[in-house]
Design a protein around this ligand. Structure first.
Ligand SMILES: [Zn+2]
Length: 420
């Protein structure tokens, strides 16, 4: 049995529950004593590339059909590489995730039969791994000192598209980053330090790409076309990481990513850069605008919160020789505490304005504007997914503060009286 097959042995309980909640739903008793049938819809099921590959029985990034979004055929060259622009390939169909016999690298998986499954966008696309772990690191490797593992054919000639003036290297860039640190406002996610120091995390790499690359590297490029391509690529990443994305932004992102991919391909064909410059992570950039069209801004389905959760589990002190049972006891303890918290929260009174929420016994005011935004976003999403019978059906949605299931009282974080 491959590791992929293990995924569903522990996901099965939650998968069964998610199917039941999306089809049969659950009976909810509202704070006003009204009984409604509520269904729970699954918006997306995401993780990093490797986790999603296991989830959908995809043969992964080294396979000929190594893209989970489109059926592009990769070329084997010591690894599998995907040339040209991704946006010219039509996304895989819903049925292609449900076939019994392997088709283009994918065999059917339980999640592909979930009633809310709508195709490749269902698995998101994580900005942290895509930009931080991959793109930013690869961009750095275009410049001296070049890493040994990525020997480029043409690096010392004028044909090399990423040549810098004045013999500038990444060592100078690192020194400039350290020097500029005291002058910067402190609003970066990362540490803003020499990116070559070896201790950099994904957030540091993203800062490097968004802020250091356009100021400390790109202006020194000798090749005008490279300047333009990389500048637009960085702008596309900025736009992709915003919480609000307009249709013209998505067009810009699609064009900038496509032009970068074509630029790499042309230079690889001309023998100026390595043919290995386009692994699947670079190919996925071409799908960013498609994913944003389906799911909205990338921070909304980023893996950053998942990574923090992994950090929490890693920090737990669990028994070395009985890891499984030890973790189970810890999780059960936490569950009991959560239920107890929910019960005590349910004893509290809602204020007259009905706009308070209760979280761990503390009270938080929810700002009316934020709530209206949330509601609009939900309505747009439901309309796009064709849920609730189109726009008309969506009008009936409202939020309730409290519900009962199997005799237990649960309270939602947001407690709002009546229709909002
Ligand atoms: Zn693709």
């Amino acid at each position: 049995t491959s590791p992929a097959n293990y995924v569903y042995t522990f996901l099965q309980p939650i998968i069964t529950e998610l199917f039941a909640l999306a089809t049969d739903g659950m009976e909810v008793t509202t704070i006003e004593g009204e009984s409604i049938n509520a269904k729970v819809h699954l918006l997306l099921f995401t993780g990093d590339t490797l986790a999603v590959a296991d989830l959908i029985n995809h043969r992964g990034h080294s396979h000929k059909y190594g893209c989970r979004i489109c059926p592009i055929a990769g070329v084997y060259n010591g690894g599998t590489y995907f040339h040209g622009k991704a946006s010219s390939h039509t996304p895989r169909s819903v049925d292609s995730y449900r076939t019994l016999n392997e088709t283009l690298g994918i065999t059917r998986s339980p999640i592909a039969f979930h009633p809310d499954f709508r195709g490749p966008a269902f698995f998101g696309l994580d900005e942290m791994h895509l930009f931080g772990q991959n793109l930013a690191r690869r961009l750095r490797e275009y410049f001296r000192p070049y890493p040994d593992r990525n020997i480029l054919p043409d690096v010392e000639t004028r044909n090399y598209p990423f040549l810098l003036t004045d013999n500038r290297t990444m060592k100078h860039v690192g020194q400039d980053m350290v020097k500029s640190r005291p002058l910067l406002p402190g609003h970066f996610d990362g540490n803003w330090t020499d990116i070559s120091s070896g201790s950099s995390r994904a957030v540091d790499w993203i800062d490097f790409m968004l802020y250091a690359l356009p100021t400390l590297v790109i202006p020194y490029l000798t090749n005008k076309k490279s300047k333009e391509i990389l500048n637009n690529l960085v702008i596309a990443c900025h736009l992709s990481l915003r919480w609000e994305v307009r249709p013209e932004d998505m067009n810009f992102v699609r064009n900038a990513m496509s032009r970068y991919q074509v630029f790499l391909d042309t230079n690889a064909q001309g023998g100026h850069i390595s043919r290995k410059s386009q692994p699947v992570q670079i190919h996925y950039l071409g799908h960013v605008s498609y994913i944003m069209q389906c799911l909205g801004p990338m921070p909304a389905y980023s893996c950053r919160s998942l990574e923090r959760t992994i950090g929490q589990y890693k920090q737990m002190s669990i028994s070395k020789n009985k890891k499984g049972p030890s973790l189970q006891i810890k999780l059960e303890d936490r569950l009991i505490k959560n239920i107890a918290d929910a019960h005590s929260a349910a004893q509290e009174n809602v204020n007259e304005d009905g706009e308070l929420c209760v979280l761990k016994g503390k009270r938080y005011k929810i700002d009316g504007d934020a709530f209206a935004k949330l509601r609009r976003a939900l309505k747009r999403y439901l309309a796009r997914m064709g849920l609730g019978g189109g726009n008309d059906g969506v009008e009936g949605w409202s939020f309730y503060g409290q519900m009962e299931r199997d005799g237990k009282v649960y309270r939602s974080v947001c407690s709002v009286g009546g229709d909002i």
